[in-house]
Every structure is written in structure tokens, then in C-alpha cells.
Write a protein that binds this ligand. Sequence first.
Ligand code: PLP
Ligand code: COI
Length: 361
Amino acid sequence: MSDLTFETESHASPRSVEERTALMANPGFGKVFTDHMVIARYSAGRGWHDAKVTARAPLPLDPAAAVLHYAQEIFEGLKAYRTADGGAALFRPEANARRFRLSAERMAMAPFPEEAFIEAQRRLVEIDRAWIPDTPGGSLYLRPFMIATEVFLGVKPASEYLFVTIASAVGSYFKDPTGTVTVWLSEHFTRAAPGGTGAAKCGGNYAASLAAQAEAARHQCEQVVFLDAAERRYIEELGGMNVFFVFGDGTLVTPPLSDSILPGITRDSIITLAREDGLTVREVPYTIDAWREDVRTGRLTEAFACGTAAVITPIGRVRGREDDFTIGNAVAGPVAQRLRTRLVDIQRGLAEDRHGWFQRV
Ligand code: PLP
Ligand code: COI
């Protein structure tokens, strides 16, 4: 166990029931925040210390804090769900704790103890339990992150860090929760390169993806499909989601993990559930040319994006400089729908969990 203990500072003025209810009526994604946050500090001399659950408030930050200059920052995303019996549960928080540690290592940051990471999530869910939506698509999105706070302009790994977790009551990430998304094939911009930071969940990866995301938006697309940086042939992932392809013979294909793809926890869960359902899942490289051809010949029947925010979102249409094709009839396909139900039912405690993924708070 980690010896980091979280003190609780009670909130002077949490928002009223009426205010909270109004805010949660139609929360969208990442706009409605709860009353509390968890913080902890690190310094090279003392290690992790001053861990507390406290009122959500702006962070005091020196203008020379290293994160503002050299972007030493990592984050995670996981959800707390309202269960059928009115309780609360987390989904695989230990997997996020582990990925957070690996991201810290890649960014030369002080690793946050995995037990303390899980404890921080549990404590925030406990104190802000009333903010977990009880709508079918709603959840409490937890956003743990860590920044370099050392006041120093030399380029080196910082010696001081701040760990924070905030929480946001959310609905669906995409506007139409039952529909499909249109994706933009990015032929100019890439997201991550071999040897780079693509497998780490660091803010810089998302900053680097925004020009492509803006290009996608200009073409009425909701997400970007990134190709590999070396050959610009292999599909890697979307700006904030992994990707699966479904074939008529019941096979699923997803790009194999590498140092330029974020190892999604949803991706891993889907592979397990699909195999349990008797589907064949192949983690093999898949090119954009193969995608075009497999859609043209009808071999490929579905494609979908997956992630904590997106859950499982079918891809209905693909656009690019020279591409514009639809998948199936541009409606949610049966394989994506079935896997989504399987996953969501486990997350909400409605179906048997054979893997220890569902963790009550
Ligand atoms: N890929 C990227 C770039 C992401 O930002 C995310 C979201 O966290 C994912 C994949 C999916 O990861 P997970 O399923 O762990 O949320
Ligand atoms: C998540 O799914 O948790 C992410 O971080 C992706 C982001 C697009 C919200």
C-alpha cells in the first residue's frame, strides 16, 4: 500500500440541490464540474505529500512553472457509473493507474503511486456522489492529471509536481448518442511518431492533433483518423479513440499497439468481450488502401471508435482529400451495438463481470 493519506477539507459552500439539478439536466461533455477535487504535491526531497480532498478551486501557479513552458503534463480519463441499485462503481481504475505511471515514466515525471491513484478516484466519487448522473448515457467523468510545477526555465525533468483529479458530470461525448460519426482522414498531419510520445497520455499529443481536428471540423467531420508517421499507410487511431474494423465473416481487426498508439482500456476490454462471444480478433496492421477496398467490395461491414469518452461509436462515413465513402448504410451495425451493450451492462453492474473490472465505491 502507498503511505500517502488523503485529508478531507470539508467544502464551505457546495452548490445547492437546485443548482446541481439544473446543471446536470443536460450536461454535455466536460462542462459541468463537481464541488471538490483531489490534490497531492511532490518534491524531490519529500516525495509525494500533502494529499487532500478539497473544494474545487483555481490552482495557484508561478508563471515560470515548468509545465507552462515545456509541457510536462499527463492525464487520464475514467468514469464512475450510477448502478441500478443507486450505488456507484468505477471501471478498471487499476488500468488507468498503471497507464498513468507509464505516462509519467515516458515524460520523465515522478510516478504517482498506483494505490494512491485509485484511492484518489474513490475519495472524489464518494464526496461528489450526488453528481453522478442517473440517466442511461450519463456518468461522472474523472480527470486525473499531473503537471510540473518547479519554477525554473532550464530544460530538464522538473523536481516538483502537482497531482490533481477533477470530476465532470457528463452525457454523451458526441452530439447524437445513438448515431454514427463521420471521420476525417488526415493525410498531411500525423499524431505520433516511432520513438515519440504517442503511447503516453500527455497533453502535447492532443495539442499536436488540434490542427487536424480543426481541418476535420471544417469538413463536417467529428474525429480525425491518423495514419502512421513513417509510411502514411497504416491506420493508427483517432484523435481521442482507438478504432476497430468488422468483417462479414465475424472477424474484428484493430491496429496492434506500438509506441505511437494509446493503449486504450476500452480497446482491451472489447478484445476480451469479443473473443468471449466467439469472434476472432486480430491485432494486425491495416492500411487505408485496404480499408477503401474492403468497403468497396463489401467485405468490411462496420467500423467503430472506442474509448472512455466515446464508449463505442460507430463510424458511418469517411472523408478525406480524395475520399468520401460510407460504411454499411451509415447506421450503427449489429456487432458494434452488441459489444456496446455488453460493455455498458458490465460498467453499470447489470451483467456478470467475470474479470474484476466492476468496482463498487
Ligand atoms: N486513443 C486516444 C488518443 C485517447 O485519447 C483515448 C482516450 O482516452 C483512447 C485511445 C481510448 O483509451 P481508453 O479506452 O483507455 O479511454
Ligand atoms: C477519454 O476518452 O477519456 C479521452 O481522454 C479522450 C478525449 C477525447 C476526451
